[in-house]
Design a protein around this ligand. Structure first.
Ligand code: DC
Length: 208
């Protein structure tokens, strides 16, 4: 079984993806980490996030088995990731890895922006997770504070709005709900409520 989860930053898709994978005994891939790793490699090399050639070279050299997830989760890397992920050649370099991950038995949960539309258009279940920007900013700011980082909510909200705009308006695989995806709005749901709603969506998809 392949479950595709897409949605904007801090909508809850990562948490839902992890929990669904555990619930159904599937592997899980947070595809945002791939773009974050490309962005971090570009930044570490001293290049700017919009340096197309540096980003393409980093994407082609990517080794997902050596990711340092904590380092990739910083706000600066997330911001840079939304630039490198708009480059078509960067996206093209990462397609094969994602599709191979999805195809391996017993199946997988992938979360990102274009899983249901581009990476796994034939996924058994597609969920588009969203939440009000203010609620997403509150969650992300709390995450940063829990990790000992600066978590000013107004700054995070401004950041989220900018990234939403960039992720949705780019021409290469923009953030967009697939026609056959089920919408899950987590604005008024906590983690347990969101996971329960996602399980209900999967069960209903499997029945039909
Ligand atoms: O989900 P995230 O915050 O880790 O994603 C980081 C950036 O990567 C985000 O700005 C959009 C981009 N991304 C993408 O374009 N396609 C994906 N499948 C996943 C993430």
């Amino acid at each position: 079984m392949i479950i595709a989860i897409d949605g904007p930053a801090a909508s809850g898709k990562g948490t839902i993806g992890k929990r669904l994978a555990a619930h159904y005994d599937l592997r899980h891939l947070d595809t945002g980490l791939l773009y974050r790793a490309v962005a971090k490699a570009v930044l570490d090399s001293g290049a700017k996030p919009d340096d197309t050639q540096a980003a393409i070279a980093a994407a082609k050299a990517l080794d997902p088995s050596r990711f340092d997830e904590a380092a990739l989760k910083s706000a600066a890397v997330g911001e840079a990731a939304s630039y490198v992920s708009a480059i078509p050649e960067v996206r093209a370099a990462l397609v094969g890895f994602q599709r191979e991950f999805a195809a391996r038995a017993p199946g997988a949960v992938l979360d990102g922006r274009d899983i249901g539309t581009v990476i796994c258009p034939d996924a058994d279940v597609k969920i588009f997770v969203t939440a009000a920007p203010e609620v997403r900013a509150k969650r992300r700011a709390a995450e940063y504070r829990a990790a000992g980082k600066d978590g000013d909510e107004a700054t995070v909200l401004a950041d989220i709005r900018k990234r939403d705009e960039r992720d949705s308006s780019r021409s290469a695989s923009p953030l967009k709900q697939a026609d056959d995806a089920v919408l899950l709005d987590t604005t008024n749901l906590d983690v347990e409520g969101s996971v329960a709603a996602a399980v209900r969506i999967v069960e209903s998809c499997l029945r039909h």
